[in-house]
Design a protein around this ligand. Structure first.
Ligand code: NCD
Length: 309
């Protein structure tokens, strides 16, 4: 399996065998991601880190991953400090990053921006989120987390909760879990349902997802609960946001009736959708999940650079 020079735009570009290979490579990276051992695999290589939208975990874990591989990072986290402010096109900004580095990671508010960037760069483009579109590296770390916590990914009851319309992480994850044969339940307010195209893609892979607005019943048999934030920044109308924010909150009370080994995931940041009291329970794996971004991204940066792991 060769990923040299490959763009990572959507999880849909990967087969199950390829995903399994990436997860295996990430496993090997754990002691290096923790800093217990050192690596020089990407010595002399430069990563451009272009964040046109806010980010904490994705940007820092990509940068940590590159540093752990002995590579270097250039880039920006605030696009208003770049020539975009002077009217430069995305295509030209990408051409520059391509000239100055070996790999480009980019987050952008427009759906399709990563695919467009790939047309203008020879270096691999790693999509760190394109609007409400895709978030493939998050998806891989989510799968890695399920694998770690549950020892397998497959026939499990997985509940995806929250903003399923605008949340890009759940679009990618619903697709990937359909590849693995998981039983999916989508729980959201009526106005934030999983888009029809995503549901159809899941069905084409043989999944039979169900949609509901009721959390209690869905949680009863859940093995994995994946909570998401209502994506305020993507609402055309703030009044609509105010109507749905706070619809769901995972509380200790709600967890009384769940399976003992239910895991609760969240791509983070969380706002009010998980009560901080839940952090202390064995169900909460979201902080471990955030760490998993480092080994996954170390594996991806190495693989697209042509390193055999
Ligand atoms: C998510 C994102 O940016 O899509 N965060 C992340 O990458 N960990 C989720 C979110 O912002 O709600």
């Amino acid at each position: 399996m060769d990923f040299t020079g490959k763009d990572i735009i959507s999880i849909k570009d990967f087969s199950k065998t390829e995903i399994d290979h990436i997860l295996k490579c990430a496993e090997k990276m754990i002691p290096f991601a923790k800093g217990e051992k050192t690596l020089t695999l990407l010595e002399g290589k430069i990563l451009s880190s272009l964040f046109f939208e806010p980010s904490t975990r994705t940007r820092l874990s990509f940068e940590s991953a590159m540093n752990r591989l002995s590579g270097r990072v250039i880039g920006f986290a605030d696009p208003t400090a770049t020539s975009q402010k002077k009217g430069e096109t995305l295509a030209d900004t990408i051409r520059m990053a391509d000239a100055y580095s070996d790999i480009i990671v980019m987050r952008h508010p427009s759906e399709g921006a990563a695919r467009l960037a790939a047309d203008f760069a020879d270096s691999p483009i790693l999509n760190a989120g394109d609007g409400a579109g895709h978030h493939p590296t998050q998806c891989l770390l989510d799968l890695f987390t399920i694998f770690h916590e549950k020892k397998h990914i497959g026939k499990q009851n997985v509940v995806l909760l929250g903003d399923l319309k605008y949340g890009r992480t759940v679009h990618s994850l619903a697709y990937a879990l359909s590849l693995y044969g998981s039983d999916l339940t989508f729980v959201s307010p009526k106005s934030l349902k999983m888009p029809r195209e995503v549901i159809n893609e899941c069905k084409n892979l043989g999944a039979t997802p169900t949609s509901t607005t009721k959390i209690e019943k869905a949680l009863k048999n859940a093995d994995v609960l994946y909570v998401t934030r209502i994506q305020k920044e993507r609402f055309p109308d703030l009044e609509e946001y105010n109507r749905v924010v706070g619809t769901y909150q995972i509380t200790m009370d709600l967890l009384k009736a769940v399976k003992k080994d239910l895991i609760i995931m969240h791509p983070l940041p969380r706002v009010t959708e998980i009560d901080p009291a839940v952090d202390q329970t064995n169900h909460a794996v979201y902080f471990k999940q955030a760490f998993n971004g480092v080994p996954i991204r170390m594996a991806l940066l190495s693989l697209v650079s042509g390193v055999k792991l």
